[in-house]
Design a protein around this ligand. Structure first.
Ligand code: 13P
Ligand code: SF4
Length: 335
């Protein structure tokens, strides 16, 4: 192992302040493996003039250790659009890195593992979207950002979990086609008079939570605050205290009425917010996203070393997808 990838006194000293942030979720013996990688990634970032964008679902050593910016899909899209660094490494899933490339094409956009996908992205094809448009002529298409560029290119406007209702209402129409997340679409439909035509895509993580599970936690921990992501079913969202994007879920902690909290979402969320909110105790009925968890420190280091895996988009496709993404960003955060 090269000198820089061993836990030397220099590495220990340089990373101790990061360890303070993750110490409640990362055991000390494990840290001795992470710290040399973190040290080398942070050194190489400067050499490459690179930034790392880390989604809220990254493991704590990525979220706190190497990310220059953290956030939800909307927040990270805006940061990617405005980034001036030569290289953007996206520690998230493929559609997020692709959205960064759509918005900032002159940069080298990298994802550490090309297989970090998303069950929603895989739930629909461009041919499906064209079929929906044929079936409902003239009805605008709103597409969740959790889709590939080829789907965005068929779309009038994108949305994220931070602005889905506002995007739907911005169109000033009675009816929209909403793709591909059925549950997010149903949750939007509850909050608007616009008629929402749905697709049958699901998030493989959030579809697993059930009302019975939430009710059992409420019985076990009376008064507990339950915060959910809108990719959960409408029935689950109905029995939660707050529903919002991953960043909105974190922000909501500032107004939580109990110090006992359940985040009904991906497992790393609670770990990542513990440092900023030591007053809370988190009960964790969480589920791991196997796609997000493909992103590791080792692969991020290889990504920076070898400039892999670069996102490439055909220009005509990028431009068609760009219109829908820019319209989404114009609406901004509304959750
Ligand atoms: P956010 O935009 O709320 O971060 O959600 C992204 C995601 O993939 C949730 O599963
Ligand atoms: Fe996709 Fe669900 Fe994973 Fe988010 S948590 S990336 S929506 S599979």
């Amino acid at each position: 192992m090269p000198e820089t990838l061993t836990f030397t006194p220099e590495v220990a000293a340089a990373t101790e302040s990061i360890y303070e942030k993750v110490k409640d979720s990362v055991p000390r013996f494990e840290w001795e493996m992470h710290a040399p990688l973190i040290y080398e990634i942070n050194r190489l970032k400067k050499e490459r003039n690179a930034i790392i964008l880390g989604h809220n679902y990254m493991v704590p050593e990525i979220f706190h250790g190497i990310s220059d910016y953290v956030g939800d899909s909307l927040g990270l899209s805006i940061i990617a659009r405005d980034a001036e660094a030569d290289v953007i490494v996206f520690c998230g899933v493929h559609f997020m890195a692709e959205t960064a490339k759509i918005l900032n094409p002159s940069k080298t956009v990298l994802i550490p593992d090309l297989d970090a996908g998303c069950s929603l992205s895989e739930s629909i094809t461009p041919a499906d979207v064209r079929l929906m448009k044929e079936r409902y002529p003239g009805v605008p298409v709103v597409t969740y950002v959790n889709t590939p560029a080829s789907i965005k290119a068929e779309t009038d406007i994108c949305c994220t979990s931070a602005n889905a209702v506002a995007v739907v209402e911005s169109l000033g129409v009675d009816r929209v086609i909403f793709l591909p997340d059925e549950y997010l679409g149903q949750n939007v439909a509850k909050e608007t008079n616009v008629d929402v035509i749905l697709w049958k895509g699901r998030c493989m993580v959030h579809e697993q939570f059930t009302v019975e599970e939430i009710e059992a936690y409420r019985a076990q921990y009376p008064g507990i605050e339950v915060i959910a992501h809108p990719e959960c079913s409408p029935e689950v969202c109905d029995v939660c205290d707050f529903v919002g994007s991953t960043t909105a879920m974190i922000d909501y902690l500032d107004e939580a009425k109990s110090t006992h909290v359940i985040m009904v979402t991906e497992c790393s969320m609670s770990d990542n917010v513990m440092e900023a909110h030591p007053e809370f105790e988190f009960v964790r009925p969480c589920t791991i996203c196997p796609h997000m968890k493909k992103i590791t420190l080792e692969k991020t280091l290889a990504s920076l070393q070898n400039l892999q895996y670069e996102i490439h988009l055909e220009e005509e496709l990028r431009l068609r997808a760009l219109t829908a993404v820019e319209r989404m960003i114009e609406i901004g955060r509304k959750d």
